[in-house]
Write a protein that binds this ligand. Structure first.
Ligand code: N01
Length: 536
């Protein structure tokens, strides 16, 4: 690694200026007085929301819960306009945070980390960036998000396509004019399910290429009235207490009742009520949905029937409801008029299970059954999730690169540290609840834990903290055990397992034991003088 002659000397370097990076900066710089910078590839703050501005993009967490809780003043002064915020509103919020907490002077924008190397003699991270700048920092903290590296499928002939194509996670900042064009959308995950109804309204024609049918529950988005906002603010302390003490970080708890212990009529009524309420809460309507396949079948059947009720064309309804995995075992989408969209005259579904894509040519997509001429292709094909953004930074620890250390899949301690990579902390890393929880709540827990850990290192006069191999092996085993107690790893083509990226090792990555249990595990480690870590 070449090094600039004059690296910028810091206590901590943070990579990424989304929810995690901004809060970590605030904690370490404003509250602890350390010298800190944030490197960010974009030209502004926002992280995930800076890049994901595709048509229909909207957060699946509710606005009053998809925000920081560390500042009561911030909670009080910010007004959300809708039940689920869109990217523009989240970006406005994060820009407000950057201004309110005076974070901007410490943001190094338009700069991408190219490599990071741990210097054994100085116990510092030497970080090189694409513009020639270099940092030397005691602590390196990644705040790069879990879903930031686009997965663009290697479909034969894409290079021959004479139209335009886009990935939803790299959507042009000024938008894309779809009006009057024939659009192909590949992918029907959370993103595709949000995008299709909005693309269909703008485009002359939309062809949705579905490889795996997916469940979706209505989001029931709506404008928030002043009355609702005032109530949310009045109840903020209680709501936040719930979010900070439960399994999922959302402002509700899982119903302790089991689906299988509930009479069929009552169960149906509860599903209907939850369907009418809408949102991710549907996943929490019974306690046994993610641990018992028979219980799960009751929810799956309910949703399949809803799809068949909505979609008028029987062949399309069959393809959309022919879902091959348990409900909630892949990340469950929520939508606004997704299934209804297939009743439009200008929308067509191509079931790739029946007629796979053969190749892309200059003017469209060829399947085994025929050719679809299109002007624009939208890839809603997801991400190299959880590890992609970490590995592309070319991180070199004491003896090996992170890519080598994780050749068989990610391994770490508490999702936060990797043995052999001292003073490196990964916010919402694999092995932590992250994507299985309401992200800002998980982020706050990580940032606060990392900050206190750094306090401890500095207060004890040390320069280096590193988890042990034994602690890491124990955590990896625990992450596997808690995942295997659920239906989540039974879905073999899930991005939770890395199965969506060809060649990626298949390891169940997020921590499925619940945010409450995870928080307790982290607290116990800290209370026991950072058990599982060595300090030097
Ligand atoms: O990505 P995905 P996503 N040919 O990987 C298909 C979060 N999120 O961007 O299932 C044809 O889930 C693939 O098919 P299959 C959320 O956590 C949050 O939709 O692999 N199809 C699938 O249908 C979510 O889970 C919000 O068979 C191909 C789709 O592309 C995560 O982001 C909003 C293909 C990819 O689905 C990722 O969601 C949106 C190919 N070669 C997303 N390759 C919030 O509101 C892939 N597919 C916070």
């Amino acid at each position: 690694m070449s090094q600039s002659a004059n690296p910028i000397e810091l206590d901590a370097l943070i990579v990424g200026a989304g929810f995690s990076g901004l809060y970590q900066l605030h904690m370490l710089r404003n509250l602890r007085g350390l010298s800190v910078r944030v490197v960010e590839a974009g030209d502004s703050v926002g992280g995930t929301w800076y890049w994901n501005r595709y048509p229909g993009a909207r957060c699946d967490s509710e606005s009053h819960a998809y925000c920081y809780t560390f500042s009561p003043e911030l909670t009080e002064e910010w007004d959300w306009s809708e039940r689920y915020p869109g990217p523009e509103e989240i970006l406005r919020y994060l820009n407000h945070v950057a201004d309110r907490f005076e974070l901007r002077p410490w943001l190094d924008l338009n700069r991408t980390v190219q490599s990071a190397r741990f210097d054994e003699t100085g116990h510092r991270w030497l970080v090189n960036c694409d513009d020639g700048n270099c940092y030397s920092a005691r602590f390196l903290i990644t705040a790069v998000g879990c879903l930031s590296t686009a997965n663009i499928p290697a479909i034969e002939g894409l290079g021959d396509f004479s139209g335009r194509w886009y990935h939803t996670g790299q959507w042009p900042r000024n938008g894309v004019d779809l009006s009057g064009y024939r659009v192909a959308q590949v992918g029907t995950g959370s993103t595709g399910i949000q995008a299709a109804p909005v693309i269909a309204e703008a485009a002359a024609h939309l062809t949705v290429f579905q490889r795996t049918a997916n469940y979706s529950v209505p989001a029931r988005n709506c404008a928030l009235t002043d009355e609702v906002r005032q109530q949310q603010k009045a109840d903020a302390a209680v709501i936040q207490q719930v979010m900070h003490s439960n399994t999922n970080g959302h402002p509700w708890t899982i119903n302790p009742q089991n689906a299988l212990d509930t009479a069929a009529d009552e169960r149906h009524t509860i599903y209907e009520q939850s369907w009418a309420t809408g949102g991710l809460k549907f996943r929490s309507v019974f306690a046994d949905l993610l641990i018992d396949s028979k219980a799960n079948d009751t929810a799956a059947t309910f949703i399949r029937n809803k799809i068949r009720e909505v979609v008028k064309d029987p062949t399309t309804a069959d393809s959309l409801s022919n879902i091959d995995h348990p409900y909630g075992a892949k990340r469950p989408p929520i939508d606004t008029n997704y299934f209804e969209t297939f009743n439009r005259d200008n929308v067509e579904l191509v079931d790739l299970k029946k007629t796979p894509i053969v190749r892309i040519d200059s003017n469209g997509i060829q399947t085994s059954a025929g050719h679809h001429a299109v002007d624009i292709i939208v890839f809603a094909t997801g991400f190299d999730a959880m590890t992609g953004s970490l590995l592309r930074m070319d991180i070199q620890g004491r003896q090996q690169t992170l890519a080598d250390a994780w050749a068989a899949g990610p391994a770490n301690y508490l999702g936060l540290q990797v043995a052999g990579f001292p003073n490196l902390f990964t916010i919402t890393g694999p092995g932590s609840p992250s994507v299985l929880s309401n992200m800002p709540v998980s982020i706050e827990q990580h940032v606060e834990w990392i900050t206190e850990c750094i306090d401890y290192v500095l207060e004890t006069g040390n320069t280096c903290i590193e988890c042990t191999d034994e602690a890491m092996a124990g955590w990896v085993q625990h992450v596997n055990d808690v995942a295997n107690a659920t239906l989540l790893p039974t879905v073999k083509h899930s991005w939770y397992l890395g199965a969506n990226v060809p060649g990626k090792p298949q390891v169940f990555m997020p921590y499925a034991g619940g945010l409450d249990r995870y928080r307790q595990a982290c607290n116990e480690v800290a209370e026991n003088d950072y058990e599982g870590f060595t300090l030097s």
